[in-house]
Ligand binder design. Structure first.
Ligand SMILES: C[S@@+](CC[C@H](N)C(=O)[O-])C[C@H]1O[C@@H](n2cnc3c(N)ncnc32)[C@H](O)[C@@H]1O
Length: 233
C-alpha cells in the first residue's frame, strides 16, 4: 500500500460498521445540502468516497458530479448511481478537463489531509477555473497542527455513543490501530493546516475565504472553510 488513494481503494476499516458508514454519509449529505444555494445548482463533490447518500444531495440540486480518484471506489459509484440521471461519476483527471465556470458549488470534505501541499494547490487551481463567479468552494474536516489523534478518537466515540454504535466503534478503533491506516498515518502522514495558513493558501489561489463556525461531519475539532472566487483575479 503506497498512498491514501490505495488505502481508500482497499477493503479498509475506517468505518467501524455498516451503521457507522451509513450514518457518516447521511451526515455529510445533510451538511452538503446545507451549502446548496439553489435547486438548479451544479455541484461537484471532489474525492467523494463511497458517497452512499449522494442521491439525497442530487435531489437537492440540478446536477451532481461525484469525482473520486480511487478506481475501485469509482467503479462502485458508477454501478450504484447508474440509474440516477442527476449524478455523473468522474475521475480527477476528468475533472481537470471540465469546462470553466460550469460549477456552482465544490465540496472537498475530509480530503486535503491526504493530499500533498502541491496536490492541494493543483486542486485549488482547477477548482478556481471551474467555479462560476458566484460559486462557492467548501473545504471540510481540515486537521489543525495542534490537534492530534486522541481528539479524533474522542470525536468518533461521542458520535458512536449518540447514534448507538459504541461497541462497533471500540472494535473498529482496535482494528484501525492494527491496520494499514496506522502504518500509513505514521509513514505518509496527514497534512495539517492552521486557520491562517488555509486563508493564505485560498487567497494565493484566487479565492476569498474564511473558516465557518461548524465543521462538516461529526468532528468539532476539525475545521471547515467557505471560499468564493476573488473579484480581482
Ligand atoms: C476520508 S475519505 C472522504 C470521502 C468523502 N469526501 C467523505 O466526506 O466521506 C478521503 C478521500 O480522499 C481521497 N484521496 C486520498 N488521497 C488523495 C489524493 N492524494 N488526492 C485526492 N484525493 C485523495 C480518497 O480516495 C477518499 O475518497
Amino acid at each position: 500500500m503506497d498512498d491514501w488513494i490505495d488505502y481508500y481503494d482497499s477493503t479498509h476499516t475506517i468505518y467501524a460498521s455498516k451503521r457507522h458508514r451509513d450514518l457518516h454519509f447521511q451526515l455529510i449529505a445533510r451538511d452538503i445540502i446545507g451549502y446548496i444555494g439553489s435547486p438548479d445548482a451544479v455541484v461537484l463533490d471532489y474525492a467523494c468516497g463511497e458517497a452512499l447518500s449522494a442521491a439525497k444531495v442530487a435531489d437537492a440540486c440540478g446536477l451532481l458530479y461525484l469525482a473520486e480518484p480511487a478506481p475501485g471506489v469509482r467503479g462502485r459509484l458508477i454501478a450504484r448511481f447508474a440509474p440516477n440521471t442527476k449524478i455523473r461519476v468522474r475521475s480527477l483527471e476528468d475533472v481537470r478537463k471540465m469546462p470553466e465556470q460550469s460549477i456552482d458549488l465544490v465540496v472537498m470534505n475530509s480530503v486535503i489531509q491526504y493530499m500533498t501541499p502541491d496536490e492541494f494547490e493543483g486542486a485549488l487551481t482547477t477548482i478556481r477555473r471551474l467555479l462560476k463567479p458566484s460559486g462557492r468552494l467548501v473545504i471540510g474536516d481540515v486537521l489543525r497542527p495542534e490537534v492530534g489523534m486522541p481528539r479524533d478518537v474522542i470525536a468518533l466515540l461521542r458520535f458512536a455513543a449518540a447514534y448507538g454504535f459504541l461497541r462497533d466503534a471500540l472494535v473498529g478503533l482496535v482494528s484501525t490501530a492494527l491496520s494499514d491506516y496506522r502504518q500509513l498515518r505514521s509513514r505518509v502522514g496527514l497534512q495539517r493546516y492552521s486557520e491562517a495558513d488555509m486563508v493564505a493558501r485560498l487567497t494565493a489561489n484566487g479565492f476569498t475565504g474564511s473558516r465557518v463556525a461548524v465543521n462538516i461531519g461529526h468532528n468539532p475539532w476539525r475545521m471547515t472553510f467557505v471560499a468564493r472566487p476573488s473579484l480581482a483575479t
